[in-house]
Design a binder for this molecule. Structure first.
Ligand code: SER
Length: 318
C-alpha cells in the first residue's frame, strides 16, 4: 500500500481510517473521497480531498488514475436503519458503488478493502459463537447488500485476481464522527447523553446483546488485514471480528461506574429492534486470529473510560 484512496472518508469509519493511514503513510499519499457530508478541516487540510459519487465510474477511475492509487478502502455505504427507509437507494449506493470500485480495481490493478457487517447474518444463523462460514439469509436491505458485497468480492478475487479483502464489523463506537442511521448507534448516542444530560432513552431493549468494537481496534483491523501476507489467508474477505459482546444494560452499568447518577430508560423502536434481533449476539472470530493475527486491544471497561474522557474534551470545545 503506497497510494490509497478512501471512499466514504467523511463517514464514521472512513474519517478515522483516512487519518490513521495519513499518519502511517504521509498525508499526500492518502486520497480522501467524500460525497454528501462536508469534510472536517482536519480531513481537508491533511491531504488530498475529492468530492465524487461512488456510483460514477468515470469519476472513480479518473481519481485512481490521476493519483496512481494502488489500494482502495471502500467505506461509502448507507447503514441499516436508513437502508430500511430507502431500500432501493441503499441497493443502488451499496451495490453499484462496490461494483464500480471492484471494476476500477480490476482495470487499474488495485487492492480493495470492503467492510461487511454483523448484518450479513439473519435469524437462521447461529446467534452465539456465529461461525465464520455459516448460513447467511439476512432479511434487511443493508444485510442483503453486505452478503452480496462479500460474494462480489470473492468473485472478483477468484475470477479476476483482484486482491479484495474484508471484515464483518460489529457495531462501532467512536467519539470523533457520528455514525448516523445504524442500529448499533445507541452505543454511541449513550455517551453523548450521559455527558450532556446524565440520562439516555435507548431504542433497543435492555437485554439486546450485540458484538461491538471501539474504533481504534476497527481501524487497526482494516489496516492489519490489508498488510497481511496473502499466502497466510485462506478466507481473504468477510472475516468475523469482534472485541466485546454487550447489551444496553451492561453498557449503562459500566457508564454508571464513572457517572454515578446516570440513568437509562427504554423506548423501543420496533424497526431497529427487529433488525438487532436478526443479528448475531456474538461472532466467533478465531479465523481472523489464526489467519492474520487479529487481536483487539479495548475491553468494555477500557473503551468506556476512554470514550468518556475524550468525548468530554470534545464537547467542552464546542
Ligand atoms: N453499525 C451498523 C448498523 O447498525 C452495522 O454494520 O447499521
Amino acid at each position: 500500500m503506497k497510494k490509497i484512496l478512501v471512499t466514504g472518508a467523511t463517514g464514521q469509519v472512513g474519517s478515522e481510517i483516512t487519518m490513521a493511514l495519513r499518519q502511517k503513510y504521509a498525508g499526500e499519499n492518502i486520497i480522501a473521497v467524500g460525497h454528501s457530508r462536508q469534510p472536517s478541516s482536519e480531513l481537508a487540510d491533511t491531504g488530498p480531498y475529492i468530492t465524487l459519487d461512488v456510483r460514477d465510474q468515470a469519476a472513480l477511475i479518473k481519481a485512481v488514475k490521476d493519483n496512481q492509487v494502488d489500494t482502495v478502502f471502500h467505506l461509502a455505504s448507507l447503514l441499516s436503519a436508513v437502508a430500511e427507509k430507502l431500500p432501493q437507494k441503499a441497493w443502488d449506493i451499496n451495490m453499484n458503488g462496490l461494483l464500480n470500485v471492484l471494476e476500477t480495481a480490476r482495470m487499474m490493478r488495485c487492492a480493495v478493502f470492503f467492510p461487511s457487517s454483523i448484518a450479513a447474518f439473519g435469524y437462521q444463523t447461529p446467534a452465539l459463537n456465529t461461525p465464520q462460514d455459516t448460513i447467511q439469509r439476512p432479511n434487511t436491505m443493508y444485510g442483503i447488500t453486505k452478503v452480496s458485497g462479500e460474494l462480489l468480492c470473492d468473485y472478483y478475487q477468484q475470477r479476476f485476481a483482484v486482491d479484495a479483502r474484508g471484515l464483518r464489523y460489529p457495531g462501532l463506537i467512536s467519539y470523533k464522527t457520528e455514525a448516523g442511521g445504524g442500529t448499533t448507534d445507541y452505543a454511541v448516542e449513550i455517551f453523548y447523553a450521559a455527558l450532556q444530560k446524565k440520562s439516555y432513552q435507548c431504542f433497543l431493549k435492555a437485554d439486546t446483546q450485540l458484538d461491538m468494537m471501539y474504533m481504534p481496534d476497527a481501524v487497526n483491523a482494516a489496516i492489519g488485514l490489508m498488510q497481511a501476507d496473502v499466502e497466510q489467508l485462506s478466507h481473504h474477505n468477510a472475516f468475523n471480528v469482534t472485541a466485546m459482546s454487550i447489551t444496553p444494560e451492561q453498557l449503562s452499568t459500566e457508564i454508571k461506574r464513572h457517572i454515578a447518577d446516570f440513568t437509562i430508560s427504554y423506548k423501543i423502536d420496533p424497526v431497529r429492534q427487529a433488525i438487532a434481533d436478526s443479528w448475531p449476539k456474538h461472532m466467533d472470530d478465531r479465523c481472523a486470529h489464526q489467519e492474520w493475527g487479529w487481536q483487539p486491544e479495548f475491553t468494555l471497561s477500557a473503551m468506556v473510560e476512554e470514550m468518556l474522557e475524550k468525548l468530554a474534551v470534545k464537547l467542552s470545545k464546542q
